[in-house]
Ligand binder design. Structure first.
Ligand code: SF4
Length: 496
């Protein structure tokens, strides 16, 4: 083994077949949230809180790596942040004033899941390096093949491991130059935080697919996070986005911030689905408040696709809430909470027959008959992916809630493309809008009318920023073509 090959602390059992897993909520799933902090005596504690605020970006694993100035310390585990760090003793080993953390959304089996929980830590000839990654590399296979042909030995099938090998085998000096050189080789989506003994480094891909923001705590600590909601929880002030293609390094000794850019420049293409569904409504994503985007989507939907004679507007909770408020505000139709979501139900079981499958939805959503009975109801949902849940919701409102009419309105355009950039979506043939037109879909769902927000109106909500959004899952116009088969199609896991 060449001395430059990193030794990863990852078991060899990490290889796993990626299976597209969907809850009965029938939503695409974000793959991960990242967090980093430096210059704080309670770095690990702040990281823990930050990961709490990013829990919606991944619920199957969490981890924190800290630096005490000379060595890295790591704790990772399966489950929610509150389960992995279930008491103070779990945070106790994570000493030091710098830390990075990661929430993982897993699509692989439990046996391999722990090995893939980030941050990953590598030991190589210049010391230790940890990384946490949100996104997906579309050229992972060719990079790995090239590295393996030069002698690199991989411990996992994670695309994030490729990044560590590229850094370790780079001849550039110093570390920042190695990271820049490695990231120049990457294609696809990457919002990264790295930690060494004395530095915290944040990098965002040139398209800026996934979000990454910078903040500062009152004590001067510098913070990076996938969303501003993580800054809010630890009283950090939002400073700005990490710009697409930007590399920001902070040294623990003098807290100086050094900024540079990758040489590769690309048009900005930030994921519009962060505003439709993924991000927390109290976050500012790509410079826009998420709750305001969703409200505007709903208002535009009311203008484009009104429901004359409707008595009430209700959201599919929780993700349809702000769009329903927007629809109600623009249409004058009263907003009501006609469905109550249970927050105490985990992943629903897959039931064998129709009646039991409906029960799985009823476990999550309860109709309020006193609000719905006899009414013409507009139901606002954020999106339809495979269409497996919408018909159950309509039956629930009609049969259990005793509504007279159900008019479904969707606060985004029909989804017709899979995502290559860090979002777990089904294959194109599984997307119901690839198979059915709007009227056929209305019949399939069983609602009285169905309307989608147009692409123009959705993007119009961002003003001048509308040209800087990735909308490939609605248009199939991919900013980065995938030169290699999607990992899911060939049975490999291209990890987040
Ligand atoms: Fe987001 Fe869709 Fe683009 Fe993927 S394809 S980055 S989900 S807008």
């Amino acid at each position: 083994m060449r001395s430059s090959v990193p030794s990863l602390r990852l078991p060899c059992s990490a290889a796993a077949t990626q299976v597209s897993v969907f809850d009965t909520d029938d939503k695409p799933h974000e793959q991960c949230g990242v967090f980093g902090i430096i210059g704080d005596p309670d770095a690990a504690q702040m990281c823990y809180l930050g990961l709490h605020a990013l829990q919606h970006r991944g619920q199957e694993g969490a981890g924190i790596v800290s630096s005490d100035g000379s060595a890295l310390h790591s704790v990772t585990g399966l489950g929610l942040v509150s389960e992995v760090f279930s008491d103070a003793s779990k945070l106790a080993p994570l000493v030091g004033s710098a830390a990075i953390g990661h929430n993982r959304y897993s699509t692989s089996g439990a046996a391999s899941a722990l090995a893939n929980v980030q941050p990953f830590v590598a030991g190589y000839r210049f010391g230790q390096l940890a990384v946490a990654h949100n996104g997906n590399l579309v050229n992972y296979r060719s990079l790995r093949h090239e590295l393996e042909s030069k002698g690199s030995i991989f411990s996992t099938t994670s695309d994030t491991e490729v990044i560590l090998h590229l850094i370790a085998t780079s001849a550039a000096r110093p570390l920042i130059a190695r990271i820049v050189e490695a990231c120049e080789s990457l294609s696809g989506a990457f919002s990264l935080v790295f930690l060494t003994a004395d530095k915290l480094i944040a990098v965002r891909d040139p398209h800026g697919f996934r979000p990454l923001v910078m903040g500062r705590r009152p004590n001067g600590a510098v913070v990076f996070a996938s969303e501003t909601s993580a800054l809010d929880l630890i009283s950090a002030e939002y400073v700005r986005e990490v710009n697409p293609g930007e590399v920001i390094a902070v040294d623990v000794n003098d807290m100086l911030i050094a900024t540079s850019y990758l040489l590769t420049r690309k048009p900005r293409k930030s994921c519009v689905f962060e505003h439709i569904y993924f991000s927390s409504p109290n976050s500012i994503i790509f410079g826009h408040p998420v709750h305001a985007s969703r409200y505007n989507f709903g208002a535009a939907l009311a203008r484009e696709s009104p429901a004359p004679g409707a008595d009430i507007v209700i959201p599919v909770p929780d993700s349809g809430l702000f769009a329903a408020l927007g629809f109600a505000g623009a249409s004058g139709v009263p907003f009501k909470q006609g469905l109550i979501r249970s927050h105490y139900v985990g992943r629903s079981f897959i039931a064998p027959n129709q009646e039991e499958r409906d029960l799985a939805v009823k476990l999550k959503l309860a109709p309020v008959e006193g609000i719905l009975a006899g009414k013409s109801v507009v139901v606002i949902d954020d999106s339809i992916v495979r269409g497996t849940t919408s018909s159950k919701i309509v039956r629930l409102i009609k049969n259990e809630g005793k509504a007279r009419e159900v008019h479904m309105r969707i606060a985004c355009p029909p989804i017709v493309g899979s995502c290559y950039y860090g979002v777990d979506t089904p294959r194109a043939e599984e997307l119901i809008s690839n198979r059915l037109g709007v009227n056929e879909l209305r019949q399939e769902i069983g609602c009285d009318s169905l309307g989608f927000l147009s692409l123009e109106s959705m993007k119009g909500a961002f003003g001048e920023g509308r040209h800087m959004l990735c909308d490939a899952c609605f248009t199939r116009k991919y900013p980065v073509t995938a030169p290699e088969p999607l990992a899911a199609e060939v049975g490999d896991e291209a990890e987040d």
